[in-house]
Design a protein. Structure first.
Ligand SMILES: Cc1cc2nc3c(=O)[nH]c(=O)nc-3n(C[C@H](O)[C@H](O)[C@H](O)COP(=O)(O)OP(=O)(O)OC[C@H]3O[C@@H](n4cnc5c(N)ncnc54)[C@H](O)[C@@H]3O)c2cc1C
Length: 502
């Protein structure tokens, strides 16, 4: 690395901050579109994918709108709004298309290293929620992509779908579930590693580890000067880049603030940590093969929807329940307790105060979660596994999610649970804030990033032809051509070894 290099040979076309699923997805996509672009990726830790993208730090759900009840809210007139479910499915399919392309091209050897078929269920109890689920099912059935969804109130059927949950149930308990066999379980940490393997082997672009990006400053010529420091020998150096993507997970907000771009104003972050109960009893683990999502409780934020999930981590089947929310002022799991306080600036204090004032219920909910004893957590687990024993489960800390706070005319500030790409007007700085649905939709999010970073190239025939090849539905919704969508989906199932018999 050179000290403040200005030689055009040494100017990077793109510098990505962070070695998680987002930066790695972007770097691979850009290299495939133009192998000549000079890219560098910096990661502060000793390996890639150790923060939110690491398998134990997230739930590994390939979010497709199959099971997430908060993606299909009931409207005041009683109808179900399925927009978010349909959009999320479209976005996840883009990820599957891109991964299938990588397998077809021999860039990923074995898709089973990161993705597996795993049925997705929504499961509810009580008459009111059963009626909601039935309406949701009917609304989704009207679209071709959700046609294969099954709905049942029959306990014998539910026993087949998720026997562990159905143990010791009273015969008169009212419940229903839906099932999508097309669901997936994804190890985003393993996928991140595979992406970085491609960058190193195919494009001679190894990630630069244990190196922290400390500053991002605009130069007079419009390029960006990036200050980095080795966490090993503390040596500082500087690089110059035409474009910078801040894919630093929870640390994206503080880095965005350092760029000085006006678009940063008003953004703040609210960190929410997660915890899982992990099953230690192998006999129980082997009795459950599904992702079962239920409804979040009153006052609980959408990302706290409880679920019982099969996972495949390091070649082994696992079972987790959660998430339980927690509060930590860190923006990264391996971050500093001062992160939240340092992110409070004149430009965002109004948004933070507004968001805090209008989300007192969330604060109350977080306090109640933080106060939970092991017994309280098992009590929640017993809503799913009636006879769960405390000794069969252990608590594990998941990743940090920094929820977005942004300006709002009426309320000063509001809390947002999705993700948002913030970019400078000229597209030379892009940053990804927020967390959900996150990793599942990384390919879709990076298509948006590309449209800001390389607008002219994205309009060129050359890039568009390549994108058609890599991600057939990159620029259109999956419901625009049912036949082609089905054919593409079948191709993806074959490439990714997903169970097409379902
Ligand atoms: C509890 C929980 C459950 C989740 N469940 C799901 C799920 O089921 N499905 C799903 O799709 N998504 C899920 N997500 C979201 C998903 O994990 C994230 O969207 C995704 O991992 C974010 O990837 P990233 O690359 O942006 O961030 P990260 O994986 O956090 O990577 C950011 C990287 O940047 C590095 N970094 C930070 N600052 C610097 C710096 N200054 N210099 C150099 N490097 C830096 C960090 O060390 C880190 O490695 C979940 C998240 C959580 C927390």
């Amino acid at each position: 690395m050179s000290k403040s290099s200005q030689n055009s040979d040494e100017i990077y076309d793109l510098i990505c901050v962070g070695g998680g699923i987002m930066s790695s997805t972007l770097a691979v996509m850009v290299k495939l579109l133009n192998p000549l672009y000079k890219i560098a990726v910096f990661e502060r830790l000793d390996a890639v994918g150790l923060e939110s993208s690491e398998a134990w730090n997230n739930a590994g759900t390939g979010h497709s709108g199959f099971c997430e009840l908060n993606y299909t809210p009931e409207q005041a007139d009683g109808s179900i709004d399925i927009t978010k479910a349909v959009n999320t499915l479209s976005q996840f399919e883009r990820s599957k298309e891109f991964w299938s392309y990588l397998v077809k091209e021999g860039l990923i050897g074995d898709a089973e290293r990161f993705i597996k078929s795993c049925p997705h269920h929504s499961w509810v109890t009580g008459q009111e929620d059963v009626e909601f689920l039935r309406k949701r099912y009917r609304a989704l059935q009207r679209t071709p992509m959700f046609k294969s969804m099954q709905f049942s109130e029959d306990k014998q059927v539910l026993k087949k779908w998720f026997p562990l949950i159905m143990r010791e149930r009273d015969e008169d308990e009212v419940m229903a579930a839906t099932r999508m066999e097309m669901g997936t379980e994804v190890n985003y940490g393993a996928l991140t590693q595979l992406y970085f393997d491609i960058l190193k082997k195919e494009f001679n672009t190894p990630v630069i580890l244990h190196t922290e990006v400390l500053s991002i400053k605009r130069q007079k010529d419009g390029n960006w000067k990036i200050g980095v420091r080795s966490r090993r020998d503390k040596k500082r150096s500087y690089l110059v880049a035409k474009h910078v993507f801040i894919g630093a997970g929870g640390d994206a907000l503080p880095l965005l603030q350092k760029t000085g771009i006006p678009e940063k104003d008003g953004f703040g972050g609210f960190p929410v940590s997660g915890q899982w109960l992990i099953c230690k009893n192998r006999a129980l683990v082997n009795q459950h093969w599904a992702k079962v999502y239920s409804k979040e409780g009153p006052d609980a934020p959408p990302m706290s929807t409880p679920h019982l999930d099969t996972r495949y981590i390091e070649g082994r089947r696992e079972l987790l329940f959660g998430p339980f929310a927690g509060f930590s002022s860190k923006f990264l799991k391996n971050g500093s307790y001062t992160d939240l306080f340092k992110s409070i600036k004149l430009g965002n204090i109004k948004s933070l105060l507004g968001a805090f004032w209008h989300n007192l219920d969330l604060s109350k909910y977080l306090i109640s979660q933080v106060m939970m004893s092991p017994k309280d957590r098992v009590k929640e687990l017993r809503e799913f596994v009636k006879d769960a024993k405390i000794e069969d489960w252990e608590l594990r800390i998941a990743g940090q999610r920094v929820q977005i706070i942004k300006k709002d005319k009426q309320q000063w500030g509001k809390l947002q649970f999705g993700t948002e790409v913030v970019h400078s007007k000229d597209g030379t700085i892009t940053a990804l804030l927020g967390a959900s649905p996150g990793a599942s939709t990384a390919v879709h999010i990076m298509l948006e990033v590309l449209s800001y970073v390389f607008p002219d190239q994205m309009d060129s025939i050359e890039w568009q032809q390549k994108l058609d090849e890599m991600i057939p539905f990159w620029n259109r919704e999956v419901d625009t051509d049912e036949e082609q969508f089905k054919a593409t989906q079948a191709f993806c199932s074959e490439m990714l070894k997903l169970d097409v018999s379902h």
